[in-house]
Design a protein around this ligand. Sequence first.
Ligand code: GAL
Length: 680
Amino acid sequence: MTQIEQRFQPNFLLHGADYNYEQWLDYPDILEEDFRLMREANCNVMSVGIFSWAMLEPAEGQYDFEWLDQLMDTLHENGIQAILATPSGAKPAWMSHAYPEIRRVDAQGRREPHFQRHNHCPTSPVYRQKVRQINTHLAKRYRAHPAVLMWHVSNEYNGGGCHCDLCYAAFRAWLRNRYGTLDTLNHAWWTTFWSHRYTDWSQIEPVDGSIQGLMLDWQRFTSDQMLDFFLAEIEPLRAHTPDVPLTTNFMRPDVGLDYWRFAQHIDVVSWDSYPRWHSQPEEWPVAVETAFYHNLHRSYKNQPFLLMESTPSHTNWQGISRPKKPGMHLLSSMQAVAHGADGVQYFQWRQSRGGTEKFHGAVIGHVASRNARVFQDVKSVGAHLAQLSPATSVSQAEVALLYDFQNEWALTLAQLPRNEEKQYQERCIAHYRPFWQMAVPIDLIACSTSNLMPYKLIIAPMLYMLRQDIAARLDTFVRRGGTVVLTYLSGLVDESDLCFIGASSLRPMLGLWVEQTDVLFDHNTQTLELEADNDLGMSGSYPITHFADIVHTDTAIPVARYGHDYYAGQAAVTINRYGAGQCFYVAGRADTRFLHDFYTALSNNLQLARAVSAPLPLGVTAQQRRHGDQTALYLMNFQPSSQTVELDGGIYEDALTGERLRHSVDLEPLGVRIVWQRLQ
Ligand code: GAL
C-alpha cells in the first residue's frame, strides 16, 4: 500500500450521497433542512460538485466559487466531509459551442451535438487544457479546506470511443508504438484475409468488424486513451494536493475500460451499483451477481472499496425498477460492506425538481422527507455503519476467479460457430455462485496477477485468449500443488487474436487436446454422465447446453463422459494430475446444478475455509470481515421468508443490539445480522 493509500484509512465507515447543492441555491429552507437531515441520518460524507462546471465557470475564464465555498464550509460545520468532484463529466454549453472539437464523433463521422454527459473527446487538447485549468483552480482553492476527504475525479468514465481525426491520429500512434512496422501489424491482424492489407498507417480506420485484431486494438486503445485522459486530469490534483487520495467511480465491467489497468493509478476504488432488485421471481440470484461485482471491486487493488452510488429506493433509467421492499436497503447496503466496502453512498441525496433524473429515487423525495420509509431505511444504515467502525483491511481468499476484460472483448468480437449467448460475464458469475452459497471467500484476479501462490484453487472460465504468460503461470501454479479449473473455449488465440497452430500451451497441464467444439441449438440434447468411482464422489447426469468441446485425452482421466450424439462416451469433464497439483477441464457448458455439486465436492476435497461451516439455507450467505481487532460475521438472507443459520461453536454478539447468541441465528425475511465473533 502506498502512503497516500494508507491515508485513506478513516476510522469510521463512510455514509453519504451525491449532493447537488448547486441545484437548490434559491431554496434556503431546503438547504437548511438538508443539513439537519444529514445529521439525523448519520451521514458523514457528501460527494459534491460532480456536474457543476457550468456553475463554477459560467463563461470562459470567469469563475464563481462562492457557492462551493459556502457548501464546503457548511459541510465542515456539520461534521461532514466532502468527496470533492472535478466537473469534467459534463461540459458547459458555451464550451461545446466555442470548441466543437471537444464533442465526440461517431463511427459514421458525425460530430455529436452538445447534449447528455460523459461524452467528451478524450484526445482533444482543448478539453484537456480546460480540465487542467478548472482542476488547478479547485485544487489550489480547497487544498487546505478541512472538509476535503478525497477527490472524486470526473464521473463514470467510459470507453465509448471517439472517431474524430485527433483520436484517429492518436490511435495510429498507439499502433506504431505497439507494432513498430506495418508488416508486423498486417501479420498480427491477418490482413491478407479479404485483401485487407494496409500499406500506409493513414488507411487504418477502426470501423471494420471483419478485422477482429483491429477492433480489439481499437477497444484497447479507447480504454488506454481514457486512462491517458484521466492521468492528465489528475496531474494538477497530484501537484497541488499530493496528500489527498483520489478515486473515480467505476461501473459494472461492461463499459469498455480495462479497470485492472485503471485501478493501478487511483488510491481508492469506488463503484456505482444498481442491481435490479425485485426483478426476478427469486431475489438471491441478483444478490449473487451483485456480490460478484463487489468482490471484483475489492479485488482491483486488493483493498477495501467504496460503494460510491446506490439507490436508496429505485432508479428511473432501467426498464422497470421497483422501490426497494422493506429490509432490502439495509440488506443490500450491508452486503457491500460485507464484501469489503468501507462506505455506503447514494445517488442522490435530494431528488431534483427537473431534468431527466427527477423521478430517480433519493434519500429525500419531492413530497415526503423524514417521515418516509426511505429516509428511515437510510437512517438505519447510518446507525449500523456507526456501530461497525472502524473498517479495516480485506483478507486473502483461498479461491480466485480470473476475470480478464480483454478476453471478454476478444470473445465478444469473435465469430464462432455459435454466436448467441457466449456470456463470458454471466458464466464467470455462474462459477462464482457456488462459493457464495457455501460462504467460501473468493478473489477475482487479473490476467497479469503475478503471484498466484496464495491460492489453492484458480478458476478461469472461457479463457479464450491467452495473454502475457498466463498459461505458463497457471502451469507453474499447478505443478507446485495448485488446482486449476478451465472450461470449453479456452486457449484458442494469442494476445493478437491469432489462433494457435498445433498443440496449445495448455496441453501438458490439461492432459488433453480439443479437436473441435460442437455447438448446440436449444432443441439439441447433450449431457455429461459421471463416471463410477470418480475422484469427486459425484454421480448422475447433468445437461450440457450451447458449447461442447470434443476432446482427446493424453494423461487426463475422464470424470464424466458425454451422453449423446456421435461423441457419446468421450470425456466431458477431466482431471489431470500434473506435478504436485491437478487441473480440471469442464469441456461442455454445464448448468448451475452441476457447478454447485462440482465445486462443493472440490471445496470439500481442498478443505476450503468457509465463513460458517454448517450448510446454509438456499439464498442465505455469510461473509467475514475484520473491523479493528474484531471479526464480524455478516449473515444475509435474500429470501422473502425467515431463515436460520447454525453457528459454529463459540460466542457471538449482535453488533447492533449486543444480544449474546449461541448455536444459531434467526434472520428475518430480507434480513441481515452482523455479529461479532467472540472467543469462548
Ligand atoms: C450513475 C451516475 C449518476 C446518476 C445515477 C442514476 O450512473 O453516475 O450521476 O445518473 O447513475 O442512477
